[in-house]
Each structure stands twice: as C-alpha cells, then as structure tokens.
Design a protein around this ligand. Structure first.
Ligand code: SAH
Length: 217
C-alpha cells in the first residue's frame, strides 16, 4: 500500500517534470494535467503506460495523443474560466477532460459513435458535468452551439475548415494541426480579430487525419 503510494507520487513527479522540460509552463495547465488520470482513458495493457510521454492506441484504430502535446496545445489555446470551447476529435476523451478543468463549458465531437459513448462514460465516472459529447462530423463544427471562444482540433486537415473559422468568436483562438500528408504537419494558432484571421505556426506535429463522415459503430 505504502509502496503503491510512493510509486504513484514518484510517477506523478516524473510526469510533471517531463511536461515542464517540454515547455509546459502554465501553472493552470500543469495542475489540470496533474488532476486528470490519463490511465482512465486507456484500456488493458496500455493503461499501465499512461504516464509515459507517448501516444497510445485506443479503439477504432485511433490514438490518444502524447501528454506533452495535449498540454502544449492546451497552453497555446489560452483557455479562461469563462470560455465555451469546442474540441473536434474526442478520441479517448482525455483532452476534453483537461479542457473541462479550465473552461466553463466544453463541447466535443467525434465521427466514431463508439468513441463518443466510451468517453461519455469516463466523463460520468469523473463527474465532469461541463462536457457535452456528440457523434458528428466535426469539420462542420456545431452550428447550434456556436460561436465558440476557443476551438481545438485534434486531427489534421489540409487547411482550417471554413465552418470552424466561421464559428470562432471575434477575439477567439483556434489551435489545429494542418498539413498535406501524414508526415508533414504543423500546429497552428489562429486568432480572429475584428477584421480577419491571424495565423501563427507553432511546431511540427503528427496527428491522424480529419476524415469526412460519421461512422455508425
Ligand atoms: N483528442 C483525443 C485524440 C484524438 S485522435 C484524445 O484526447 O484522446 C483524433 C480523433 O479525431 C479520432 O478519434 C477520430 O475519430 C477523430 N476524427 C477524425 N476526423 C473527424 C471528423 N471529421 N469529425 C470528428 N472527429 C474526427
């Protein structure tokens, strides 16, 4: 029992140290990363590797992102407690759970019904009542809930999808991976001003592609 607690504390310390060494400095983001147990969003043998800084497989042939990438994207999104956030690409639900610690309200969508169902059950288990998950093609955003203060896309498109740009509030921020292929993608930050959109390139990344259409599984 005592040994377990020591292991857990040590694992947490190492996890936070890794995040800091990769450039995660925002104390609110670090606190959210400390609070949400990534192991709950993984199944079977992969749950044992939850605190390694690596992407891991989840259902439907998808992946849960590397924790440092989740943290850096969250940090770039600069979420405030008043924000209504849209995440495209629920996957395991881990990124949405991190956002739920920082935002007023989180909407998350995935094209795989099964992933949405499984993520919802973890949200319930953790009592994360400010997250709503939908099965939908997220490239069209969620017109009924728009506009959003922040939008985070966790699958790569060639260009920022038009409907998502349209659903971003003036003064809002969107962070997303863009790229022509699997191999070359960069994470970009889009800020909407009164007159248009500003684009900033953050870092090279590698995400699964944003794919059209809903999957009924
Ligand atoms: N954020 C997730 C990881 C996302 S993996 C996590 O924290 O675990 C990328 C996800 O994007 C996959 O689950 C995939 O099904 C989803 N996706 C791909 N194209 C999509 C689309 N057009 N609309 C909604 N979700 C999409």
């Amino acid at each position: 029992m005592m040994a377990d607690m020591t292991d857990r504390a040590e694992q947490q310390m190492r996890f936070l140290y890794t995040l800091r060494s990769r450039g995660v400095t925002d104390p609110r983001v670090l606190e959210a990363m400390e609070r949400v147990d990534r192991g709950l969003f993984l199944k079977g043998i992969f749950a044992d590797r939850a605190y390694e800084d690596v992407p891991l497989p989840i259902a439907c042939g998808q992946t849960i992102s590397q924790p440092s990438v989740v943290a850096l994207m969250t940090q770039a999104l600069d979420v405030t407690p008043r924000d209504k956030v849209l995440e495209v690409g629920t996957g395991s639900g881990y990124q949405a759970a991190i956002l739920s610690q920082l935002a007023r309200r989180v909407y998350t969508v995935d094209r795989h019904r099964r992933l949405v169902r499984e993520a919802e059950s973890v949200f319930r288990e953790l009592d994360l009542a400010n997250i709503t998950a939908f099965a939908a093609d997220g490239s069209f955003g969620l017109p009924d809930q728009a506009p959003f203060d922040r939008i985070l896309v966790t699958a790569a498109a060639e260009d920022p999808p038009g409907p998502l740009l349209a659903q971003l509030r003036v003064g809002g921020i969107m962070v997303l991976p863009v790229g022509q292929s699997d191999a070359v993608q960069s994470l970009i930050k889009v800020t909407r001003s009164e007159t248009g959109f500003d684009y900033e390139e953050l870092r090279p990344v590698r995400f699964v592609p944003l794919v059209e259409g809903l999957v009924q599984d």
